[in-house]
Design a protein around this ligand. Structure first.
Ligand SMILES: Nc1ncnc2c1ncn2[C@@H]1O[C@H](COP(=O)(O)OP(=O)(O)OP(=O)(O)O)[C@@H](O)[C@H]1O
Ligand SMILES: [Mg+2]
Length: 231
C-alpha cells in the first residue's frame, strides 16, 4: 500500500461559521494503481489531493504516504518526502514565473542535488510533452496548455513513486489531452508509478483502474473499473 487516508476531515474556519470541506474520507491505494477522483466543482477534490501529498494538513484523521505518517511530520520532513517520492501537477500549474520552461522542469532535480545530467533529463521530458522548441520560454510566454505540459514534465523529473495530477488535461485540446494521458499511463507501465488523477473528463476516468466519486466533501462511491485493455 502506498497511500492510506483514515477518517480525514478538513474544516475551514469562516468569519462566523465553519465550513466542512471534507468529511470522513477513508481509502487505500496500492502501489502501481491508477485512481481517478471525480465530482462536482467545490466537492473537495483539490483539497483532498493537497492533503494526500502533504501540501496541507487535515483538521483530523491520519494520512500515510509511502509508509510514513505524514500527519506527524514537520514541514521540512514533508518537503523532503515530497522531493524524494511525490510528483504533483497543479490545477493552476504553479510554474515559477522567473524561470524558463527548462529551469522549471529542473527544479525537483536540483532540490535533490541531482545536478549532473539534470539538463539532459529536463530536455528529454520537454521533448516528450512536445515542447522541444520552448526550453527558454518563460511561463508568461507560454499558452495555458503549454504551461500544463511543462508542469507535467516537472512532476515527472524526480521519478516519483506516486504522482498526483489535478485536472492534467483540463486546459488541453483533445489531441494534446490524449498525448498527456498516454504519457501518464506510460509512466505507470514503465515505472509502476501510482497515479491519482482528479478529472472532470469521464473518458479519462473510465480508462483508470478505479473511480472515487466525491460529493459535498464525502465519498459517495468507490468502484473498480476493469480497463487495463483500453490503455
Ligand atoms: N483556503 C480555503 N479557505 C476556505 N475555503 C476553502 C479554501 N480552499 C477551498 N475552500 C472551499 O473548499 C471547497 C472545496 O474546494 P476544492 O478546491 O477542493 O474543490 P474542487 O472539487 O477541487 O473544485 P473544482 O472542480 O472547481 O476544482 C470549496 O467550496 C472551496 O470554496
Ligand atoms: Mg479543484
Amino acid at each position: 500500500m502506498i497511500l492510506e487516508a483514515k477518517e480525514i476531515k478538513k474544516i475551514y474556519q469562516g468569519v462566523n461559521k465553519e465550513l466542512t470541506v471534507l468529511d470522513n474520507i477513508n481509502f487505500q491505494v496500492e502501489q502501481g494503481e491508477i485512481l481517478s477522483i471525480v465530482g462536482p466543482s467545490g466537492s473537495g477534490k483539490t483539497t483532498l489531493l493537497g492533503l494526500c501529498a502533504g501540501l496541507d494538513n487535515p483538521t483530523s484523521g491520519v494520512l500515510t504516504l509511502a509508509g510514513e505518517s505524514i500527519s506527524q511530520m514537520t514541514e521540512n520532513q514533508k518537503a523532503d518526502l515530497r522531493n524524494r517520492k511525490v510528483g504533483f501537477i497543479f490545477q493552476n500549474f504553479q510554474l515559477l514565473p522567473t524561470l524558463t520552461a527548462l529551469e522549471n522542469v529542473m527544479i525537483p532535480l536540483e532540490l535533490q542535488e541531482r545536478t549532473e545530467g539534470a539538463k539532459a533529463i529536463a530536455e528529454d521530458l520537454l521533448e516528450r510533452v512536445g515542447l522541444s522548441g520552448r526550453h527558454n520560454h518563460y511561463p508568461s510566454q507560454l499558452s495555458g496548455g503549454e504551461q500544463q505540459r511543462v508542469s507535467l514534465a516537472r512532476a515527472f523529473s524526480n521519478d516519483p513513486q506516486i504522482l498526483f495530477a489535478d485536472e492534467p488535461t483540463g486546459n488541453l485540446d483533445e489531441e494534446t489531452g490524449l498525448i498527456v494521458e498516454n504519457l501518464l499511463f506510460e509512466l505507470n507501465r514503465e515505472k509502476q508509478t501510482t497515479l491519482i488523477i482528479v478529472t472532470h473528463d469521464l473518458d479519462l476516468a473510465n480508462k483508470t483502474d478505479r473511480i472515487i466519486k466525491l460529493k459535498g466533501g464525502r465519498i459517495i462511491s468507490d468502484q473498480n473499473v476493469n480497463n487495463a485493455s483500453i490503455r
